[in-house]
Design a protein around this ligand. Structure first.
Ligand SMILES: [Zn+2]
Length: 472
């Protein structure tokens, strides 16, 4: 069986998806309720693709569950077509492998045993990104003795697959030690690549118009250039998070031309919006790095088109409406993104003619999985898989819980309708949070269903397309 390849995947058009005789198939419908015993899905005329993978997600659990928690955050991911997400370490306490929660367990232990301890099954898979420094304070590198036992290969359901101090850049004083840890355990450093002490929005005409302190592009390019130098000098794998500036993309482009071990992501909002949208969206469009100029937005689109951008991450960052009501000056940075990412990218990248739908799936699924070292099974692989033996052409037979019996990659799929038009209504999000600049936006492209490990975990398909066991 072939694992994913970044260059040769093509969208599949599916007829029926025959789901396994799973004991706990569960379906989150549009009301957020779960129902069991889904047997078969009629996906005719829709696009079947590998489930999306997000390498940059904040679910706020533990520590800030008024904003989001594991249940609502993973429901939002499933509704957004994601099968796998990477949890950032800025939990409270920080996910550094050492800091303890009130009950004495570390955040890594808490997240590893979350489903067992809470007696539930979450709809998407997740892996962990350990903090680069103790308590994310930027003073001392985190101790590998505290987390290296959770690397892949030790039998954990939610292994540590990357190292980061998100949402802070790794500090100059700790970079050498953090990079040495990353190399020793073959982990990529995911760097936030944004450092500034002051400022609320991008420096420019808009910041002056709003009377707010501006954040210059150099706050990003300084960290990017520093990290590229580190990658060149030491061979450390560096992944630059949510790159947003013309200079940042250009630096990454040059590093790649020299063959350095550097990858980067950008986020849907840097592709769809610019700082002019602050005038319309206010604090709902406040994030870090800030929405940049219209020229930077264009540079982000060009960097996707020419392959400088390796992948797209949401940086899903839930906040309460009360916090966002503090206004542009005082509201916290960040927006939610899991439930709008596919449609926003489909509109600005595919419907605009910039890239193909298949290439977008590579950016939103295959490349992030590669970064995390967590391979996915492709739809076309299913046709030759043993689980598919004896099936009629056009039918896919999925197998339950394959990892436990075969050790093979999970069958995580998404069913998409690239032409469906819809209007973003945050009150219908599965996320606990509503902080999005896309409220009311008319988008095209809808996630219709998400299949995790052969089980339907989310669907907004019409009832006639979802066949439950009772109705057979
Ligand atoms: Zn982040």
């Amino acid at each position: 069986m072939r694992l994913l390849g970044l260059t040769d995947w093509r969208s599949g058009r599916a007829a029926d998806l025959v789901l396994p005789q799973a004991v706990d198939s569960r379906l989150i419908d549009e009301t957020g309720a779960m129902s069991a015993d889904v047997d078969r899905v009629d996906a005719s005329g829709l696009v079947l693709a590998p489930a999306l993978v997000d390498p940059h997600v904040h679910l706020r659990d533990p520590g800030q569950t008024d904003k989001e928690d594991m249940v609502t955050g993973t429901a939002a991911a499933a509704a957004g077509g994601y099968g796998l997400i990477l949890l950032m370490p800025n939990t409270q306490p920080a996910m550094d492998g050492q800091a303890r929660m009130a009950d004495g367990c570390t955040v890594i232990d808490y997240l590893e045993s979350y489903e067992r301890d809470h007696g539930l099954s979450l709809p998407v898979d997740y892996a962990l990104c350990v903090a680069a420094t103790m308590d994310r304070a930027g003073r001392q590198a985190s101790n590998p003795n505290d987390w290296s036992g959770h690397l892949p290969g030790h039998g954990w359901a939610h292994p540590v697959v990357a190292i980061s101090d998100d949402g802070s850049a790794v500090t100059n004083q700790t970079l050498e030690a953090v990079a040495a840890n990353a190399r020793a355990f073959d982990l990529p450093i995911l760097d936030h690549c944004e450092h500034h002490e002051h400022g609320q929005v991008n420096l420019g005409t808009i910041s002056r118009q709003l009377g707010l302190e501006g954040i210059p592009a150099s706050t990003e390019t300084a960290i990017i250039n520093r990290d590229i130098e580190q990658a060149e000098r030491t061979g450390t794998r560096v992944h630059l998070q949510h790159v947003s500036t013309t200079g940042g993309f250009e630096a990454v482009r040059r590093a790649k031309a020299r063959g350095l071990p550097v990858t980067c992501e950008t986020a849907p909002h840097y592709l769809a919006l610019c700082d002019e949208d602050l005038l319309r969206c206010g604090s709902m469009a406040k994030m870090n790095p800030p929405l940049r100029s219209r020229a930077d937005q264009q540079a982000a689109l060009e960097a996707v088109a020419d392959g400088t951008v390796d992948m797209i991450a949401t940086d899903h960052a839930p906040h309460t409406l009360a916090e966002k009501a503090l206004g542009l000056k005082d509201a916290p940075n960040g927006i939610v993104g899991l439930e709008t990412a596919y449609a926003v990218c489909n509109r600005v990248l595919v419907k605009s003619g910039l890239i193909s739908h298949d290439r977008m799936i590579e950016l939103m699924s295959l490349a992030p999985a590669e970064l995390m070292g967590m391979h996915r099974l492709l739809p076309e692989d299913l046709s030759s898989h043993k689980a598919n033996r004896g099936c009629k052409a056009g039918h896919l037979q999925l197998e339950a819980d394959r990892r436990s019996d075969t050790g093979q990659p999970p069958v995580d799929l998404v069913i998409l309708d690239p032409d469906a038009k819809w209007k973003v209504d945050p009150s219908r999000f599965h996320s606990k949070a509503r902080n999005t600049p896309f409220a009311g936006a008319e988008l095209s492209g809808r996630v219709m269903a998400t299949i995790k490990d052969g089980r339907l975990v989310f669907s907004r398909l019409p009832a006639s397309r979802v066949i439950t066991r009772e109705r057979i």
